[in-house]
Write a protein that binds this ligand. Structure first.
Ligand code: AMP
Ligand code: GLY
Length: 430
């Protein structure tokens, strides 16, 4: 089988490494890929939203399956584009159609979906530009801190946690009246602030049945001890010790089953991943899961910890998604622990420099390097983004996985590189 994988991050490197292990694979292509993906397939110089270019490539290269890594092409309707194209309509796409992708593409849509299907989530109200005054009044009735979310995609920046009423009023005005996030903030969701520990749960579905993939914890802040600015993610751990069978049963019964059934009831076809961002809140009955958000793709850097724990053939699972025979497939998960440490460019998530030569990748002892923001420049691997390389180690226990991934991250060098040395340590004494 020939496969085209869209994306260029650590997530896509992890996918590519796994796809390359499948006996079902003939040729993998990654568009646009990075300096690491040629180890698994051929890079193709195409943007992930260049639908016409992708169509042309798929037809010329006899592609049998399209796997979509990031959300943008899904929200823009790449799956629908394939279904509506006479020559592409029979080529399976892993990733939902535009309507299902609204679960990530519109916070208001996803909140309405959760309310409709009684899925636990934070209390909220949505306001449009013409409802600014009502929104400001509503803020006065709410507890602090309060969460403001731009309805649409805002490159991961559209969520603001406001500690004071003054700040919340200022930000609501900026979002609704001054289009702080452009069209994305023409509607704003004002949401109750949830406390607890965050967890990322991943589901693969063919629209009829589902498989729960390994869960993971993402470390979002730039600084040690989870301090400082939010990033795309500085590391991840899988499995997550507190997500035991009792907790995961609550997640499945209260969230996953109602989500899959809700999609069916709403007649929303869905073939792909559902990434459920959860808050596990303390209660007298133990930890209770609430949905913070849905994403319609895998997480990054969670995928770099999740994929190494999947022992089953990923292409076989994807064929199950495409043919709606996922229920017949077996998902085998390793009991080992994966830890991922993300090496970033100094300055990230603010301004940072690119084009720095990277050395030491061949010196890793116990880990795999998943390239993210890297590029090949005349045979030299150089940094080409904020998050540069993810280092993942799969070991018998959390302590060893973290030690190995962190030590191996230290073996990689480029000018002003930075990584957190405390990934997973908060989970060791729970
Ligand atoms: P998002 O951009 O939707 O991934 O949200 C970014 C981050 O904001 C989440 O990962 C949470 O850490 C935080 N967040 C979002 N909504 C809430 C909420 N209702 N309560 C507490 N934290 C939240
Ligand atoms: N790591 C969080 C995300 O992929 O959105």
């Amino acid at each position: 089988m020939n496969i085209l994988l869209l994306g260029s991050g650590g997530r896509e490197s992890a996918f590519a490494s796994k796809l390359a292990q499948s006996p079902k694979l003939t040729q993998l292509y990654v568009a646009p890929g990075n300096a690491g993906t040629p180890a698994y397939g051929k890079n193709v110089n195409l943007r992930v939203t260049d639908f016409e270019g992708i169509a042309d490539f798929v037809l010329k290269n006899d592609i049998n399956m399209l796997i979509v890594g990031p959300e943008e092409p899904l929200v823009k309707g790449i799956h629908d584009f394939f279904l509506n194209h006479p020559d592409l309509k029979d080529i399976p796409v892993i990733g939902p159609q535009k309507e299902g992708a609204q679960l990530e593409g519109s916070k208001d849509f996803s909140k309405q979906f959760m309310i409709r299907h009684k899925i636990p989530t934070a209390a909220f109200r949505s306001f449009t530009k013409s409802e600014l005054e009502e929104g400001l009044k509503y803020l006065e009735t709410q507890k602090l801190p309060i969460v403001l979310k731009a309805d649409g995609l805002a490159a991961g920046k559209g969520v603001l946690i406001c500690e004071t009423l003054e700040d919340a009023r200022k930000e609501l005005k900026a979002m609704l009246a001054d289009a702080k996030f452009g069209e994305a903030s023409s509607t704003v969701v004002i949401e109750e602030f949830l406390t607890g520990i965050e967890l990322s749960v991943f589901v693969l579905t063919d629209g009829k049945s589902y498989k729960i993939l390994p869960e993971a914890k993402d470390y979002k802040r730039i600084g040690e001890g989870d301090t400082g600015l939010n990033t795309g993610g500085m590391g991840s751990i899988s499995p997550v010790p507190f997500a035991d069978a009792t907790f995961m049963k609550k997640v499945e019964d209260r969230i996953i089953i109602p989500t899959i059934e809700g999609l069916k009831k709403d007649n929303i076809p869905y073939k792909g991943f559902i990434f459920i961002g959860l808050m596990a809140s303390e209660s007298p009955q133990g930890k209770e899961p609430h949905v913070i958000e849905y994403n319609v793709r895998m997480g990054d850097p969670e995928t770099e910890s999740v994929i190494p724990r999947i022992e089953s053939d990923l292409i076989d699972l994807f064929e199950g998604v495409a043919n709606q025979t996922l229920s017949e497939k077996k998902l085998k998960i390793s009991g080992k622990t994966a830890a991922t440490v993300m090496i970033v460019a100094g300055g990230y998530p603010g301004e940072y420099l690119k084009g720095k030569p990277i050395t030491g990748i061949e010196n890793l002892k116990h880990s795999t390097a998943f390239h993210a923001g890297t590029e090949l420049d005349n045979g030299v691997v150089k940094s080409n983004g904020g998050r540069v390389i993810a280092i993942t180690s799969l070991q018998d226990n959390l302590f060893d996985a973290v030690q190995c991934a962190t030590a191996d991250a230290g073996r990689i060098y480029f000018d002003a590189r930075y990584f957190r040395t405390d990934i997973g340590t908060d989970l060791m004494n729970l």
